[in-house]
Design a protein around this ligand. Structure first.
Ligand SMILES: [Zn+2]
Ligand SMILES: [Zn+2]
Length: 343
C-alpha cells in the first residue's frame, strides 16, 4: 500500500561530509530537537518542520531527577503552547539548520545520551555528535558547520525561565596515554552550558516579604541543576531579610552528590561571597555558580564546562565518565576546562 517512494530511513547510502572512506553515513538529530518541529531559538525559531529521526533516542533525562522526586513535565506544556500557532507552518525553512552526519555504526553505543543539565532545557548530546565534529578535525576539515549544529541558544520553560547558551569548542590536548613515546597530538571536545534565570524576592501579589515569608520561587522538580551526573546544585529558598534597617537578599542552596551527601550554604547579598567553584572528581566537569541582586530579583548564573574526550570511540574514558561511569580525576586537572573557555 505504500509503494510510491522509499520509506523514511531507507534512503540507502548517502554522501556525507567526509572524503575519507566509502562508509555509510547516517543523519543524526540536532541535540536541541526532540521531534520534527522542535529546536532551539538558533536552529528553529519558528517551529517549522525539520529533519528528525524518531528512531534515534532523544530527550535525555536530567541527571538531577535521580536524586529527587519525579519531575512533572510542565516543559511539555510550555512546548505545546509555543507550537500552537499555525501561521507560516507550511513555509519552507529560510535558513536550513546545519546537519549532523555520522559514519559510525548505527548502534546504541553511538547514540547514548548525556543527561540533561536541567529538565527544562532540551539539549541531548550523543556520542555521534562529538564524533562528527572530531572526525572533521582529524580529516583536516573545518569543523565549524558541525560546531554550529551543536551551538544552541534559547529560553526554556516558565518557572524558571532559563536563558541558555550551549557552546562546544575543540582544543588541542595532550595525549592522555601514559606512554611517553607516543606523543601524538590530539584534540578534545569541550562544551559549555551557560544558564541564567531569576528568582523573585516578592510575592506573586507584588508585596515585598521579609524574614519568614516563603514563596514557590522555582517550580517543584525544577530547582536542581546537574553539571554532570555526579552532583547537583539545588536551590532551596530565596528570601529578603532585614538587618540594621537594611534589606538584603539571601539564597539557601546546596550541593548534593551521588554518594547522598548534601552540603548546604547560604549566599547573602550583604556579604557578597560567591559560591566556590566546583570540579567533579568522577568525570571531567567544572562548574560554577554566581548570584547578583538586580531590583527585586536575584539573578542566578550557572555554568558547566565539560571535556568529553577525543571523540574517536564511545569507549573513550572521558565520554564514558560523562554518560554512565566514573573515573578518578586528578586534582591537578581541576579548573582546566573552565579556563579553556575564558581564553
Ligand atoms: Zn539548537
Ligand atoms: Zn561528574
Amino acid at each position: 500500500m505504500n509503494e510510491a517512494g522509499p520509506s523514511p530511513g531507507a534512503a540507502g547510502p548517502v554522501a556525507g561530509p567526509g572524503p575519507d572512506k566509502p562508509q555509510q553515513f547516517w543523519r543524526g538529530n540536532l541535540p536541541c530537537c526532540t521531534d520534527d518541529r522542535s529546536g532551539c531559538a538558533s536552529h528553529n525559531p519558528n517551529r517549522q518542520p525539520v529533519f528528525y529521526d524518531a528512531n534515534l533516542p532523544a530527550h535525555a533525562k536530567s541527571a538531577g531527577t535521580g536524586f529527587f522526586k519525579a519531575i512533572k513535565d510542565t516543559a511539555a506544556k510550555a512546548h505545546s503552547a509555543i507550537s500552537g500557532g499555525t501561521s507560516g507552518a507550511m513555509m519552507p525553512q529560510q535558513h536550513p539548520a546545519p546537519e549532523i552526519w555520522c559514519s559510525l555504526p548505527r548502534v546504541p553505543e553511538t547514540w547514548e545520551l548525556l543527561p540533561q543539565v536541567h529538565p527544562s532545557v532540551h539539549y541531548s548530546l550523543s556520542f555521534y555528535h562529538v564524533h562528527t565534529v572530531m572526525s572533521a578535525v582529524r580529516n583536516g576539515q573545518d569543523p565549524a558547520p558541525f560546531l554550529a549544529a551543536l551551538t544552541c541558544r534559547g529560553k526554556s520553560g516558565t518557572w524558571p525561565s532559563i536563558t541558555y547558551a550551549i557552546t562546544p569548542k575543540v582544543v588541542a590536548s595532550a595525549s592522555s596515554t601514559n606512554d611517553a613515546t607516543t606523543t601524538t597530538p590530539t584534540h578534545a571536545f569541550l562544551i559549555e552550558h551557560f544558564y541564567t534565570f531569576t528568582m523573585s524576592l516578592k510575592h506573586a501579589t507584588g508585596a515585598a516579604f521579609y524574614a519568614t515569608a516563603r514563596t514557590p520561587f522555582l517550580a517543584e522538580g525544577y530547582r536542581n541543576f546537574a553539571p554532570c551526573r555526579h552532583f547537583v546544585r539545588l536551590f532551596r529558598q530565596v528570601r529578603e531579610e532585614r538587618r540594621k534597617q537594611q534589606y538584603f537578599a539571601a539564597v539557601d542552596y546546596s550541593l548534593k552528590n551521588v554518594l547522598g551527601q548534601e552540603f548546604r550554604d547560604v549566599w547573602r547579598s550583604d556579604v557578597g561571597r560567591q559560591p566556590t567553584n566546583m570540579c567533579c572528581g568522577m568525570c571531567f566537569t567544572d562548574s560554577s555558580l554566581e548570584f547578583e541582586v538586580v531590583g527585586d530579583k536575584v539573578v542566578v548564573r550557572f555554568l558547566s564546562h565539560r571535556d568529553l574526550g577525543e571523540g574517536v570511540t564511545p569507549e573513550d574514558g572521558k565520554w564514558v565518565a560523562g554518560v554512565k561511569g566514573k573515573v578518578q580525576r586528578s586534582k591537578e586537572d581541576f579548573g582546566r576546562i573552565r579556563g579553556a573557555f575564558s581564553e
